[in-house]
Unconditional design. Structure first.
Lengths: 491, 342
């Protein structure tokens, strides 16, 4: 074991991780301080380590990074190296604009070199044993020189501390144990690889600022913890993949165990491209949209994401509307449907609308009027295949006993259903009864033979609409024949 | 700010060294726009119309003290337009935030626009640009996710703030029909957010504890202040009549915006929130009257596609970036405040 940790690291890496980048020469040479020059002269002899361009704010959750080099990055908004247990050396050389450098929670940082940065706004190394802080000043050259001195003192200090020597020695051992020549491209530092879009955006004048603003630095500063349970961004219609991921387990339980959903003919849903699923609607508190979405996610080979169109009144309800929206529900209207289909989405439509969910329990599984054929017009205009979907079980899940217009008015809601469980059990009453569900996907109805202009042909639209309705009603009747009257349980 | 996009089939505005008149010259948009236009070679003279001289006025700017609430202001405006040979008129004398002085606001916005249009009829200008707002569409659960320009303006009629601006839009639309010789461009801007702008949105997000409505988390769309100015520059430089939604890319749930701004959210049940806000508004303790609670409940997001294709306006900040930019400046302000107090 050599006493000098730098020597150890050098040996292990077959390179000098403390060497400065070539680009640093000119900058450091400008420094008025002799010490800076001296340091520089010493470094000139050493071969330059492998260059790696850092993306702005790339975090390196490196547990054992022997060396982290960031070289010649033109615009680095921030460099953050967090939670690194053992970083032998950190070199940041010749970046033109480094806004901030943070090395936090590093247990053992042997050395930090920040050289020849034209504009380093702040640099902070906070570790139990090391601390380098310097405030921004106009005279960058003098600042660099001062920093070099400080760093050198620190390095001496580190070398004088046996525990750090030991830590580095241990690191060297570990690295040596994994192979004689350890590749610098070890997974420990992959976090510093540049993303592809950096180059692409550089050409536009706003590209640089956009890059800076979307850096992790901002996220870490303003809400890493706060944004834990949600996506940083939602899609234009409000779907949040992070929220959807968090609900996956609950929905899987609802789907597999609670409702015991059975699926037939899911192959009728194409793997790509726009498609509209037309389904019957049921249950006073409709959950068929989210169950259908779960079915497609779990059972469809392409795991198609479903966007379903929900009635306006859903969005009047506190919590329910927001929840449904984050999971993929969108308000039902022609504009939204057209936009979603233009994005080649898989869209579920419930043409019965409120009539479907506000029908009495005795009318269960009797299809109501299919709107005014808006879905057919939509399909004709956008040339979308329609897949008839029959959902059995939804009408039993929330049997409607009645409505409470007075309570609805008091709460400022357009409609308040009364079911055996809701509102008696409060929010728990929203959970559907454990009925057995079956979802049957029918053969797609392709309207390619018609012209988009025929969407105005009311007779044709009416005929096609009736055909679709009859298909779903037939399937409903067929499925209900073999089903137990007791919510499908045991049948 | 360089304008590089005057290409691709759009008619270039003719004759360099044009004269431009701006009402509301000392408000945020007017002040910054004057500063930008001072550096623009295509503009020969800027006629600043306001009750107070804008601080950004340079050698090109000529200031006229004009109060749009005065009854005889249309004659005076016509005189100024004729004397200066104004080519383009920017009407931006609108309040960015709701005010308690609603009678005065009505005189300024609704009646003031009428005065301005009368002057522009008496002494026609080549181009008329109006600052309008996407909030005028109104928040409603029956809104489509993206409102297009043809959508009727359904802002809550109980709100004087919205009604006066809808009035102004209506009279401008009528003016456009009556005066075929004048190009009328209406820019409907999403709520503006940024590091230097002050309005009721920045004050709302600047609270330590931000109230929201329990169970409601609508998608919001914001516009960065730089993009707002860029849109007006764009409208000045190219001749494209019509109405355009000027919005930032992307939407964010309100709760995410509050978290990105580093604030804490407190949820209030909506049946309670309306009377509470009414009381707070009366006591001058809230940023906006209760009619604005609709925007904390439901969607009001506009589609910027038309501005993108026809006006060739592309925002450089997304909604999220606008929030982050605002939050950065706001936290600095907070820190400075702490330092000055402590």
């Amino acid at each position: 074991m050599t006493k000098d940790p730098r020597d150890m690291a050098r040996r292990v890496l077959g390179d000098d991780p403390f060497a400065a980048q070539p680009a640093q020469k000119s900058e450091a040479a400008r420094a008025p301080s002799n010490k800076g020059k001296k340091l520089d002269a010493r470094k000139k002899k050493a071969p330059a380590p492998k260059k790696r361009t850092a993306p702005p704010g790339a975090p390196a959750p490196a547990d054992d990074a022997a060396s982290v080099n960031i070289a010649a990055a033109d615009d680095v908004a921030s460099v953050n190296i967090a939670a690194a247990d053992d970083v032998a050396s950190v070199n940041i050389a010749a970046p033109e604009d480094v806004v901030s450098v943070n090395i936090a929670e590093a247990d053992d940082v042997a050395s930090v070199n920040i050289a020849a940065a034209e504009a380093v706004a702040t640099a902070a190394v906070s570790a139990p044993s090391l601390r380098v802080d310097f405030a921004p000043s106009r005279d960058v050259a003098a600042e660099i020189a001062a920093l070099q001195v400080q760093l050198r003192a620190l390095r001496v200090e580190v070398e004088g501390q046996p525990e750090h020597r030991e830590a580095l020695a241990g690191l060297a051992e570990v690295l040596r144990g994994e192979g004689e020549a350890v590749d610098v491209e070890a997974p420990a530092v992959t976090g510093l690889q540049a993303p592809e879009h950096v180059e692409a955006d550089e050409s536009s004048p706003t590209g640089v600022s956009r890059e800076l603003l979307s850096s992790d630095f901002y996220l870490r500063q303003w809400g890493r913890i706060a944004l834990r349970d949600r996506g940083e961004e939602v899609d234009p219609f409000g779907y949040d993949p992070e929220v959807a991921r968090r609900w996956e387990k609950t929905l899987d339980f609802l789907y597999d165990r609670w409702l015991k959903v059975e699926v037939e003919g899911i192959e009728h849903v194409p793997a790509t491209g726009r498609v509209a699923l037309v389904a019957n609607h049921g249950g006073a508190i409709p959950v068929d949209g989210v169950v259908l979405a779960t079915a497609l996610r779990k059972e469809h080979p392409a795991q198609r994401q479903l966007r379903w169109l929900a009635e306006d009144f859903v969005f009047h309800f506190p919590y329910a509307g927001t929840w449904a929206n984050r999971l993929g529900a969108v308000r039902a209207c022609q504009e939204n449907a057209e936009r979603l289909l233009a994005r080649e989405c898989c869209v579920a439509l419930f043409p019965e609308g409120v009539k479907g969910i506000s029908k009495r329990y005795r009318d269960r599984y009797k299809l109501q009027r299919f709107g005014r054929g808006g879905h057919i017009k939509l399909a004709l205009r956008t040339r979308t295949p329609l897949v008839p979907v029959t959902i059995v079980g939804s009408d039993d899940a929330h049997p409607l006993l009645g409505q409470s217009p007075l309570a609805a008015k008091l709460l400022g809601l357009p409609y308040l259903p009364v079911t055996p469980t809701f509102p008696w059990l409060g929010p728990l009453g929203m959970v559907p009864l454990p009925t057995r569900w079956k979802i049957v996907f029918g053969a797609p109805l392709r309207l390619d033979e018609y012209e988009p202009s025929q969407a105005d042909d009311d007779v044709l639209v009416g005929r096609l609409n009736e055909r679709l309705r009859a298909t779903i009603q037939e399937t409903l009747d067929r499925e209900l024949r073999g089903r137990s009257g007791w919510f499908g349980i045991g049948g | 700010m360089r304008d590089s996009s005057d290409s691709a089939g759009l008619k270039r505005a003719p004759a360099p060294r044009r004269t431009l008149a701006i009402t509301g010259a000392d408000a945020f948009l007017g002040r910054n726009l004057i500063g930008l236009l001072e550096d623009d070679d295509r503009i020969g003279r800027i006629v600043a119309l306001d009750v107070k001289q804008p601080s950004t006025a340079g050698p090109k700017t000529r200031f006229y003290k004009v109060d749009l609430t005065q009854p005889s202001v249309d004659a005076r405006l016509a005189e100024i337009l004729a004397a200066e040979g104004v080519d383009t008129f920017l009407h931006m004398a609108f309040l960015a935030s709701p005010t308690h002085a609603s009678a005065w606001a009505h005189e300024l916005e609704s009646v003031g626009t009428m005065h301005v249009l009368n002057a522009c009829k008496e002494r026609p200008v080549r181009k008329f640009i109006l600052w309008s707002h996407t909030v005028l569409y109104g928040a409603s659960p029956s809104n489509p996710n993206f409102l297009v320009e043809s959508q009727p303006l359904r802002g809550n009629p109980e709100s004087r703030f919205l009604r006066d601006k809808i009035d102004a839009e209506e009279v401008v639309a009528r003016f456009a029909q009556q005066m075929p010789g004048t190009l009328v461009t209406v820019l409907r801007l999403a709520p503006i957010l940024g590091p230097t702008v002050h309005n009721f949105i920045t004050r709302y997000l600047g609270r330590k504890v931000v109230p929201t409505l329990a169970g409601f988390d609508p998608l919001w769309q914001l516009l960065h202040e730089v993009d707002a100015l860029a849109a007006f520059k764009r409208a000045i430089n190219v001749d494209v009549p019509g109405t355009f939604n000027i919005v930032g890319d992307g939407v964010l749930p309100l709760s995410t915006i509050i978290r990105l701004a580093g604030r804490t959210r407190v949820s209030v049940p909506h049946p309670m929130a309306y009377p509470m806000t009414r009381a707070l508004w009366a006591a001058q303790l809230s940023e906006a009257p209760p009619t604005f609670l609709d925007y904390l409940r439901w969607l009001c997001v506009a589609d910027g596609e038309r501005a993108r294709t026809a006006l060739k306006f592309v925002p450089s900040f997304t909604t999220r970036e606008a929030v982050l930019d605002y939050a950065g400046a706001q936290s600095l302000r907070d820190a400075n405040l702490l330092r000055s107090v402590g």
